[in-house]
Design a protein around this ligand. Structure first.
Ligand code: PMP
Length: 424
């Protein structure tokens, strides 16, 4: 396998099975899972409804391709179209978030007859040639060659960078001014702005609520489409909203919305939602051999039904609220923690060296210590200095308390290792 296929931990971990919010390794050790395989185990590990749907469909037929009708695909498309908030919506299924964003870029650039795209600094949108070209986080973008002309705008990172000291209102004004300035320097029309409402790989950073509504006013004046990348923020993970874009609700829905990860609970489902006029703008044929395949669609339907019937968005809001409060209390005495941020069950802990510079070594150590205490967490941020906490949305209060306790132990050990004094 390639050298760039990075594994977590000095001694990489082999996971063999899971149940609820727990996973087990090959030695039989149990861990509380606060990362869900990169925010993808959305409801729970081994959720009986999903397992049953997969097994039953696997026993009927594994594959047909998009050349034939499959009722699970039609039903899931209808439900996602209705949930999306996009009027007269059409849904196209892919097998990953990368492919979903790639499709959104194809649609937007054809529709607008332009290869100029606005993206946010510090963003992540996938691993393909087009999506690395709109990924502002250079740690994940291995080439500057691109079929797109990308213009990066400010606003995805609230608490660092040149506008960090401004109030929310002034921050938004400055970002809008930056956007307008950028639009004054383009070669004719721009196709779209693509943005994650909360930057995932970037370290769970987000703009002040309403920024994208303010951007939308500018975009509308130029006819530029807005693509909301909801690969991490969709399906109620942020607690307050079902989609991340709803924190900017004054704008109304985006023109295109992309999703993946959680909807399949581990089955490979991605997709793009767009209003008919945009979705139907291609005048050549297109198919996806694996996109929308019967087993994944059956799993997605069962998973979405469970999520909605058990109000897991409400659970993410309640339990995520408790967890972030608890983590803020832990962090208050630890100078190694610069910031605890996020919403719902999408919580970032940014770590710094005693001199205030970003500390990827503290984050790497925190992962190791947390693992030793029986807790799996993730990492993010441009230099890899942010802990990412994103458990399945069914997390219980007791599990949140237990995980917070384990993180507290891990962070105290990190504090000792990096130096600098704990404050009482
Ligand atoms: N967009 C965002 C916001 C993501 O976080 C990711 C994956 N981390 C992707 C797109 C790409 O998704 P995938 O890995 O399924 O291709």
């Amino acid at each position: 396998m390639p050298e760039w296929l990075a594994l977590y931990y000095q001694e990489p971990l082999e996971l063999t099975h899971g149940e609820g919010r727990h996973v087990w390794d090959a030695e039989g050790r149990r861990y509380l899972d606060f990362f869900g395989g990169i925010l993808t185990t959305m409801t729970a590990h081994a959720l009986p409804e999903v397992t049953k749907a997969v097994a039953e469909q696997a026993g009927r037929i594994l594959h047909t391709s998009t050349l034939y009708l499959d009722r699970h695909m039609v039903e899931l498309a209808e439900r996602i179209a209705a949930l999306s908030g996009i009027p007269d919506a059409r849904v196209f299924f892919t097998t990953s978030g990368t492919e979903a964003n790639d499709t959104a870029l194809l649609l937007a650039t054809v529709h607008r007859r332009s290869n100029q795209v606005l993206a946010m600094r510090n963003s992540y949108h996938g691993r393909s040639f087009t999506t690395v070209g709109i990924t502002g986080n250079t740690a994940w973008s291995p080439t500057s060659l691109s079929p797109l002309q990308t213009l990066y705008v400010h606003g995805g990172v609230r608490t660092s960078g040149p506008y960090a000291e401004l109030s929310d209102e002034r921050f938004t004004e400055a970002c809008v001014a930056d956007l307008e300035d950028m639009l004054g320097q383009t070669h004719g029309p721009v196709a779209a702005l693509i943005a994650e409402p909360v930057q995932g790989v970037g370290g769970f950073t987000s703009p002040p609520d309403g920024l994208f509504a303010a951007f939308r006013e500018v975009l509308d004046r130029h006819g530029i489409l807005w693509i909301s990348d909801e690969v991490q923020t969709g399906w109620g993970r942020t607690g307050d909203h079902f989609w991340g874009w709803q924190a900017h609700a004054a704008s109304g829905p985006p023109d295109l919305l992309t999703f993946a990860k959680g909807i399949g609970n581990g089955m490979s489902i991605g997709g793009v939602v767009a209003r008919a006029e945009v979705m139907n703008c291609l005048d050549a044929n297109s198919i996806s051999t694996f996109g929308g395949s019967p087993v994944t669609m059956a799993a997605g339907l069962a998973n979405l039904t469970h999520l909605l019937e058990h109000d897991l968005q409400g659970n993410a809001r309640r339990v995520g609220g408790l967890l972030i409060e608890r983590l803020r209390a832990v962090a208050a005495g630890l100078p190694v923690v610069r910031e605890v941020r996020g919403r719902g069950l999408m919580i970032g802990i940014e770590l710094t060296e005693p001199d205030g510079s970003p500390s990827p070594r503290a984050a790497a150590l925190a992962l190791e210590h947390a693992r030793n205490h029986g807790l799996l967490i993730g990492k993010g941020g441009r230099p890899g200095n942010v802990l990412r906490i994103a458990p399945p949305l069914s997390l219980t209060v007791a599990e949140a308390e237990e995980g917070a306790w384990m993180l507290e132990q891990a962070l105290r050990q990190v504090q000792q290792a990096v130096g600098g004094k704990e404050q009482p």
